[in-house]
Ligand binder design. Sequence first.
Ligand SMILES: [Mg+2]
Length: 465
Amino acid sequence: MGAASSAPTLPPRRNFQSHRESTAGNAFVVPGAPAVVGADLCVRPLELTASVCAARATHDWSSFRAAKIVHVDVDAFFASVEQALDPRLRGKPVLVGRGVVASASYEAKARGVRTAMSFRDALRLCPKAIVVAGQYEHYADYAARVQRILVDFTPAVECAALDDFYLDFTGTDRLYPDFPATLRRMQQRVEKDLGISVSVGAATTKLVASVASRLHRPRGFGIVPPGAEENFLAPLPVEKLHGIGHVHATTLRERGVHTIGELRKIPVVALVATFGEVVGHQIAERARGLDDRSVHTPPEPKSISRETTIEGGTIDVEFLCALLEYLSERVGTTLREHHRQARSIGLRLRYTDFLSAARTARLTPATNDEKSLHAAAMELFRALYTRRVALRFVGVSVTNLEPERRQNDLFDAESNRRWYLHRGVDRVRHRFGWNALYYGKGLELREHYATKPNGLVLSTPCLSR
Ligand SMILES: [Mg+2]
């Protein structure tokens, strides 16, 4: 595979080729290929010429992009998390799932176990495997922690699936002069901090980057330089292309098409005739390493709210204050995660007789400090909670968000200390989960609520982020 070898290096800039250069002499020799590849799919030469022209017209072949799209994939995600959480499972074959294998550790994969296999078959292949039911909360928590590490390297991180991330490093040449070393550092940091390994692939497109990362798992590492995409893909089996599953691969194999290089020789019209308009074109483009999808980063939030219902309602003011402190803390942490600060805060209450009350206040100066947020929320609470009726809902929200701007305050040593405290607390929680640290009142709440890896299990779980 050459370009994605174990010691990859980016070629010097002068050697970078454009798509036009790389595809001009599009002659791939596929060793051992039959004389007529894909005989069933062949069309007349006139149609072939027309289809190639159409393909060239629809794509910007001359566009130049450096290999700055990076795909990061966690190796055997669920099983790795289970091994990270329980040292007794490390180095042993582990199967996660119920009925069918949702994830298998590499020790189990080495014995032939595959994902989506029934447990009966898997245990026949690997009788000593340890079966774990799996805990989604932990996986979501680890996925969020991986993402936070990736964001430290580039803000353009797209979460494609729970353990699947695309990163865009475009424009970081001066920040990271040694790009491969940066990717290695990123890969090592995830493993050092979280105890789970990731595979990394870099290319000009999402498609090629994801093929490069998945080629040599676990701890895979591959960089495909611009212009080398077609050579890189050519010898690989067609199943390696995203979107070609078992069924399409079988159809292609029946027609004598085994590798991506062979697939590329099939005219687009023939692929359209076999797989339909959309899939046919998609396969033709992917076989050439073409993919115009960009890395989508989620938009910056306009407001952040954390709220919960209280089962049965309560008039226990001390408990309500602790809950407000917890919600303010979550809001503050989320603000800091997004590097934002808020200018307005709002509080919403609902009584057990369904009467509601809400009020907002201005925050001066704008802040993301939970102590200031809590103080403002408490002030609103004192003004709003006037009836002697139990409350069944509380919610804290912040709006008018702006980029975080911090200046060392000469006279307010306390706020400076808190800034450093937050930085430390956030860092510990990023690494060890929310429950690693609690402020005093939060600790009291733990008597009322169960805990999950990233905080308390409030009555409205989807809102207890
Ligand atoms: Mg994975």
